[in-house]
Design a protein around this ligand. Structure first.
Ligand code: MF3
Ligand code: CO
Length: 254
């Protein structure tokens, strides 16, 4: 079910998504060689709770942590662990959600740890740019397929893989609402985008084959060929005038 949001509801979603951006920035400040993903998760959880929100990933369908932290060949839904130690040259995707005032925030960012290989840096740059290419299509009157095709065409022009099994989604009182927003598809197809829809666009892009496997923990998704993957996600309100991005990556990047 698609729930169209009022202007007031969009502002509550924006408050959540700004808190998510601030939390990602706080986690990013703590990412350095030697720290564990479990430690980074505790930083995020404390930050979210101290700002009066709840980390809505925790307990979601039984998920055991406040954040998903996926390193290198892990694509998404990596479970924070005291056994996963960050090292120089890693890429670390942090995905987290908040809940306050009846609404959710949801965003992900892939961080580079120190100096990373130039081809991995390129993967991060292209994945983030693909998110912006998709976002540019998020205006009333377009269709979900316009977003999907914009992401896919851009990414594939660099020879990267688009993960098929997971997709973006509507965001509101529930973390996952309709419509699904795949990162591959055809222009002009799929659900009509309407004023007041709020969606998360989240390209999950692989350096090699797009083929993935689920780890035995039941959550972690990694590339089958163990080549690196990147994930950037943010929330966008669809307006007649065009996309209104509710998340603020500049908070993370400054
Ligand atoms: N941002 C993630 C998503 O949209 C949230 C995952 S929470 C989890 O899938 F609990 F499912 F891990
Ligand atoms: Co999401």
């Amino acid at each position: 079910m698609v729930y169209l949001k009022t202007d007031e509801e969009i502002e509550l979603l924006r408050e959540n998504n700004i808190l998510v951006s601030q939390t990602l920035a706080e986690v990013g400040r703590h990412i350095k060689p030697g720290v564990t993903t479990k430690y980074l998760d505790s930083i995020a959880e404390d930050f979210i709770r101290s700002h009066g929100a709840i980390p809505s990933c925790l307990g979601y369908e039984g998920y055991p942590a406040a954040t998903c932290i996926s390193v290198n060949e892990q694509v998404v839904h990596g479970i924070p662990s005291d056994k996963v130690v960050i090292k120089e040259g890693d890429i670390v995707s942090v995905d987290l959600c908040t809940f306050m005032k009846g609404f959710n925030g949801d965003s992900a960012y892939t961080f580079a740890v120190g100096e990373i290989a130039p081809e991995v840096k390129k993967l991060l740059d292209v994945t983030k740019e693909a998110l912006y290419k998709g976002t540019a299509q998020a205006k009333a009157g377009n269709r979900v397929g316009d977003i999907s095709a914009a992401v896919q065409d851009y990414v594939q022009s660099f020879g990267y893989g688009v993960v098929r099994e997971l997709e973006g989604h509507g965001l509101g009182r529930k973390m996952h609402e309709d419509p699904g927003v795949p990162n591959y598809g055809h222009r002009g197809r799929g659900r009509l985008l309407e004023e007041g829809m709020v969606i998360c666009i989240e390209p999950m892009i692989t350096m090699g084959s797009h083929s993935i496997v689920f780890e035995r923990d039941g959550w972690t998704v990694r590339t089958r060929d163990r080549k690196p993957a990147a994930h950037f996600e943010f929330a966008v309100a669809v307006r007649k005038s065009g996309p209104d991005v509710l998340t603020d990556f500049s908070i993370i990047e400054q």
